[in-house]
Write a protein that binds this ligand. Structure first.
Ligand code: FAD
Length: 445
């Protein structure tokens, strides 16, 4: 049987282990951390993930769709509060009536995937084992277990070791490999609480509160706990949330609704304990090396999370690889890898860039002037989205190619600019005409 060696037993690595386990391959997964099915809590990561059609299609093919839906919470509605406005309940901008976003606890999802993969006798997870590098000479993986270094061979290597991938780092000397990373001006902090008994937030609704430079997102979980994430620019964190006392005051003055739910003690303790986490975006010019090593998930394309595409795209990587394998014989692995590189590298770089553009829009809304023009643009774009589905909708609720979504988004952008300019010229003309009439009347009198 052929063998696959997977570096990283996170979400994407485990999904790959399920697929190759199903196929009967010999699967070895090297994961630098402890087994997440123990009592340890994963630190420094968002607690919940929002899964759309791409992730759910992957779960379906693994055979986990129903299980995952049972554990998660389907979200169909949203309430967004901008500044002091009272938010209105709206449906998510779906493509079909039965579409939803599934929010699910990251650790639970990870556990389900590992359990599923381990059902196959041919799959083995090696926890507390770090994949330190890919050796370019021997074309094998170097693995560190306690103090021992060992070399692992395989027919296929999948680097799923996350945004700060060690495998990717060891490839930087590969000729022609271009790599770039950027940090967002935004960071995030988890403010989740165990109980929502005192509040009237509802299950199945995505809540957000936005103020200049700050986004608060809240979701009620099945056990009545509340997942709350706060995204803000680092300068905002440094000026307003510098300590527990300042933070309490800040929430009281700016986000009173969420302040009442979280409570003073919770805000004080969370801010004292946690630091805001950085958000990184990674782009690679190639995802495939030596026809046998593939970068996947965040290792290939970590992206900012404002439209929640990261793991959706990562899971889709696994699905696309399987879909390509379906079209080839088992001894045509080289062709499979070449085809994967052809269809996936550019696609994932496109969504990565689109997510970064969202980040730039958020950043410019913090720093930029001419806010009223942005407001007009935003309203016109919203109106256009009644006619054309937005790129968020297409990315979340379909498996349309990212390149196609980007092409459509460009058309919407051009129309938005055109209508905005026409609207501004119209307003200026009306104002000029008004003053012309006023002056004419005054002159006549
Ligand atoms: P990871 O989840 O990072 O897993 C990598 C694994 O590799 C880890 O288990 C790690 O321990 C292990 N590892 C690392 N180095 C090594 C090594 N050298 N050897 C062995 N093992 C190693 N995406 C969405 O689709 N929807 C969302 O709602 C969403 N929300 C997000 C919110 C935030 C705040 C952030 C930061 C991201 C969000 N994402 C979201 C993105 C999502 O978290 C990532 O895309 C996803 O975790 C990528 O999975 P992965 O398996 O590629 O990487």
């Amino acid at each position: 049987m052929p063998s696959v060696v997977i570096a990283g037993g996170g979400l994407v690595g485990s999904a790959n282990a399920c697929f190759f386990g199903q196929k009967g391959w010999i699967v070895d997964v090297y994961e630098s951390r402890f087994d997440p099915r123990g009592n340890h809590m994963e630190n420094g990561k968002s607690i919940n993930l929002a899964l759309g059609v791409r992730a759910m299609s992957t779960m379906k093919r693994i055979g986990l769709k129903e299980k995952v839906i049972h554990i998660g919470v389907p979200i169909r509605d949203q309430i967004a509060h901008f500044g002091d406005t009272k938010g209105k309940l709206k449906r998510l901008p779906v493509l079909n009536d039965d579409d939803f976003i599934l929010t699910i606890n990251r650790q639970e999802l990870s556990q389900i995937l590992i359990n599923e993969a381990e059902k196959y006798n041919n799959v083995k997870f090696h926890f507390n084992c770090k994949a330190t590098k890919f050796d370019l000479k021997s074309e094998s993986l170097i693995v560190q277990n306690s103090d021992n270094l060992s070399t692992v061979d395989g027919d296929l290597f999948l680097a799923c070791d996350g945004a700060h991938s060690s495998i990717r780092r060891s490839l930087l000397k590969a000729p022609g490999f271009n790599f770039s990373q950027k940090y967002s001006e935004f960071g995030y902090i988890d403010l989740s609480v165990n109980s929502t008994q005192q509040c009237d937030l509802k299950l199945g609704t995505h809540y957000s509160w936005r103020r200049r430079g700050i986004i608060l997102v809240a979701i009620v979980n099945k056990d009545q706990s509340l997942t709350v994430s706060m995204f803000a620019t680092f300068s905002e964190f440094e000026s307003n949330l510098v300590g527990p006392v300042e933070s309490v005051l800040f929430f009281k003055n700016n986000f009173y609704e969420i302040f009442k739910i979280l409570g003073e003690d919770h805000i004080r303790n969370t801010i004292a304990r946690n630091k805001p986490q950085a958000i990184i975006s990674v782009q690679c010019s190639q995802h495939v090396f030596f026809d046998k090593l593939v970068l996947m998930g965040d290792a290939a394309h970590a992206m900012v999370p404002f439209n929640g595409q990261g793991v959706n795209c990562g899971f889709e990587d696994c699905l696309v690889l399987q879909e390509i394998m379906d079209q080839y014989e088992e001894d045509e692995l080289e062709d499979v890898i070449k085809e994967y590189s052809k269809v996936r590298t550019n696609e994932t770089n496109i969504i990565n860039q689109m997510e970064w553009d969202v980040n730039l829009t958020l950043t410019s809304s913090v720093h930029g002037s001419l806010g009223w023009i942005r407001e007009i643009r935003a309203h016109i774009k919203l109106l256009l989205c009644f006619i054309f589905p937005s790129s968020f909708t297409l990315a979340a609720f379909s498996r349309e190619k990212y390149s196609e979504i980007a092409r459509k988004a460009q058309i919407v952008e051009k129309c938005t600019s055109l209508f905005t300019n026409v609207f501004i010229v119209f307003i200026i003309s009306v104002i000029s005409l008004f003053w012309y009439c006023v002056l004419a009347v005054l002159w006549a009198n």
